[in-house]
Design a protein around this ligand. Structure first.
Ligand SMILES: [Zn+2]
Length: 75
């Protein structure tokens, strides 16, 4: 019987809030575009780089022009 020791490397995944410089740790799997809300300043942030981890504000788009981008195909 072989014993496979699974070595789990726990990498600290910490990014800094661009607004208030608070360190934000990520416990889940990181991916580009991951949304995160800063616990300090409530900024809506998004992962823009993985190594090093960089965060940027998510830009909320205005939905005023949404109607113009709807395509109605009448077949
Ligand atoms: Zn913040």
């Amino acid at each position: 019987m072989t014993t496979n020791k699974k070595i789990t490397i726990k990498m600290k995944q910490i990014g800094a809030c661009p607004e208030c410089d608070t360190n934000i740790s990520f416990s889940k799997k990181l991916f580009l575009g991951l949304k995160k809300t800063c616990p300090e300043c409530r900024s809506e942030l998004e992962v823009i780089s993985l190594s090093p981890i960089e965060l940027d504000w998510t830009y909320e788009y205005e939905y005023e022009n949404e109607d113009e981008e709807e395509y109605d195909y009448d077949l």
